[in-house]
Design a protein around this ligand. Structure first.
Ligand SMILES: Nc1ncnc2c1ncn2[C@@H]1O[C@H](COP(=O)(O)OP(=O)(O)O)[C@@H](O)[C@H]1O
Ligand SMILES: [Mg+2]
Length: 286
């Protein structure tokens, strides 16, 4: 689905007169592959290059060096630009910057309309997109009457309506309350499971990465670590050195193990923690 080869991205820094006075290397030699149907999480502290990488996947930025292929299409090939953006849909952090329609269903229909689909097909796509994120009952509402989580689901519905192969979500829950976060992450998992859509979830929230197939950890524009959630979250110290933590339940398991309890590392869910603690107590429930 995605092939990144030796990608480098330099931003040009300009002075007040527009003259280039320097460069910032935001991506510093990344190579990675993402297979169709994977659920990928990308972690990394602020400024590690996550959003810059995401914008390469959607052909919003172009390589300074190296190459990015989306479904085999080179992002530098201008004739493929719109097809790349359709196949690799993007959802950003701030829901208020992405919704332009006055009514939910109108907003979801913008993409298919711009693709030049006939009216009845547009309506079918709108229906489909809203159903995928459980927002059909809100279709006639004004977006500004929705909660943050609902707005993000409308943004996702708009992407779904384009029949993408891949959805890139760049910190989609950063501005949401806990219930909004859950809604959005559940919607991403549903699309992955039921539609087989490749998901790339960029997040600050370690809990949200637990359900991924594979995690990339970024630091200073490079891939610092990668592996399954179990492999990544076993490395508490290494993550801390990169300015990151682990899910709360993993940390509890880690601290208990440090105190000498026989708890297999890492713990990823509360069920696992309960089981492990019970096993230490001889498996007797009160
Ligand atoms: N438009 C830009 N112009 C100059 N530097 C930028 C621009 N966008 C991002 N950067 C720099 O690139 C680096 C990576 O930023 P970004 O990809 O936004 O990181 P993240 O999403 O992980 O927080 C940072 O040092 C940031 O300051
Ligand atoms: Mg970012």
């Amino acid at each position: 689905m995605i092939h990144i080869q030796k990608l480098i991205h330099d931003f040009l820094i300009r002075d007040e007169d527009g003259n280039v006075e320097g460069t910032v290397r935001a991506i510093d030699g990344i190579s990675l592959d993402i297979r169709p149907g994977q659920f990928i999480a990308v972690l990394g502290h602020n400024g590690s290059g996550k959003s810059t990488m995401a914008k390469h996947l959607n052909a919003l930025l172009f390589p300074t060096e190296g190459e990015v292929l989306v479904d085999g299409m080179d992002t530098r090939d201008e004739s493929k630009l719109w097809e790349i953006r359709r196949r690799a849909g993007m959802v950003f952090q701030n829901p208020d910057n992405q919704i332009i329609g006055q009514v939910v269903e109108e907003d979801v229909g913008f993409g298919p309309e711009n693709m030049g689909l006939p009216t009845e097909k547009i309506w079918a796509r709108v229906e489909e997109g809203l159903q995928a994120v459980d927002m059909v009952k809100h279709r006639h509402k004004s977006p500004n009457r929705l909660s943050g989580g609902q707005k993000q689901r409308v943004s996702i519905a708009g992407v779904i309506a384009m029949h993408p192969h891949c959805i890139i979500l760049d910190e989609p829950t950063a501005m949401l309350d806990p219930s909004g976060r859950k809604e959005v992450i559940a919607a991403a998992h549903k699309l992955h499971k039921e539609e087989g859509i490749t998901i790339i979830l960029i997040t600050h929230n370690m809990e949200e990465a637990v359900g991924a197939d594979h995690i990339f950890v970024m630091d200073k524009g490079r891939i610092a670590m990668q592996g399954s959630p179990r492999e990544i979250f076993a490395q508490v110290k290494e993550l801390q050195e990169l300015g990151l933590t682990v899910p709360e339940v993993t940390m509890v398991g880690h601290l208990l193990a440090e105190k000498g309890l026989q708890i297999p590392q890492p713990v990823l869910t509360t069920e696992e923690l309960t089981e492990a603690v019970m096993a230490c107590r001889g498996g007797k429930r009160k």
